[in-house]
Design a protein around this ligand. Structure first.
Ligand code: SAH
Length: 248
């Protein structure tokens, strides 16, 4: 992955810790940065100018960005250009899985008011972190790098852990518990201590369905549930209603 930015040192921080660090150290993720100012073509390393038509803020010039993209393409032998932008498609786990399979990913980070619109002709896909405006694309690129790194084969300590995560199954994750068994008046659900693997699997699936129903109902609406899943969701909903009405 090649990240084009005005702040390479900032983006490189993401590779200093945890899973991204492990992915880079083991060679599963090849991460490099490119300073857009190196392509300014002027001695002041200036890459922004005032907008045509007036108004506040500065606009990134098209040429340094195009040159940086071309240099990245040459170094990688081709590549898919992704820009981070509030106008992009939402960055979802489906996108992360897709991007993890792309060999020469080139990620473009904007600053100021963004770049000259004509740069769009050099871009393959525009992705957004969410409906808010950041001051630069670097944090968005770092989010993308982190999420991609953890789905690369062999990066997670336990391969199953990425599969069970929220969104990998299109459901939210089930709750997790660890020691101690009793903590400040709260006990771990009995079934998790039972050693009955089939019962644990059913409980977890039920909780995942339940969490999705409670917190993100619109995700459930888009899913075709199988017989077991429907049954477990009905059980969950019935239990919720019992709790609300105070019966047991
Ligand atoms: N004037 C632009 C915003 C520019 S913000 C607009 O309203 O569309 C400067 C840079 O921050 C952008 O070029 C982009 O790279 C990055 N950025 C801001 N918000 C973002 C978001 N929600 N997701 C991804 N990148 C974002």
């Amino acid at each position: 992955m090649d990240v084009l930015t005005l702040f390479p040192g900032f983006v490189e921080q993401v590779a200093r810790y945890g899973m991204v660090r492990r992915a880079v150290e083991t060679g599963r993720l090849v991460l490099s940065t490119r300073d857009i100012r190196d392509y300014s073509g002027n001695p002041w390393r200036r890459v922004d100018e005032r907008p045509y038509g007036g108004g506040p803020g500065m606009v990134m010039n098209a040429e340094p960005l195009a040159l940086a993209i071309e240099a990245a393409r040459t170094a990688r032998g081709g590549g898919t250009v992704v820009t981070m932008s509030p106008q992009g498609e939402p960055l979802t786990q489906a996108w992360i899985r897709r991007l993890a399979l792309v060999p020469g990913l080139i990620v473009l980070c904007g600053r100021y008011e963004g770049w000259d619109e004509r740069v769009a002709s050099q871009v393959d896909v525009e992705l957004s972190l969410g409906d808010y405006v950041l001051s630069g694309g670097e944090l968005a690129a770092m989010v993308l790098i982190d999420a991609v790194a953890r789905v690369l084969p062999g990066v997670l300590g336990d391969e199953r852990s990425a599969v069970q995560d929220s969104f990998s199954t299109e459901l939210l994750d089930h709750p997790h518990y660890t020691r101690p068994e009793h903590w400040r008046g709260q006990a771990v659900p009995e079934v998790l201590l039972s050693g009955d693997h089939a019962a644990v699997r059913r409980w977890r699936l039920k909780q995942a369905l339940g969490a999705t129903w409670l917190k993100r109902p619109e995700l459930l609406a888009g899913l075709e549930l199988n017989g077991e899943q429907k049954e477990l969701l009905h059980e969950f909903i019935a239990e919720q209603k019992q709790e609300l009405t105070g019966k047991s």
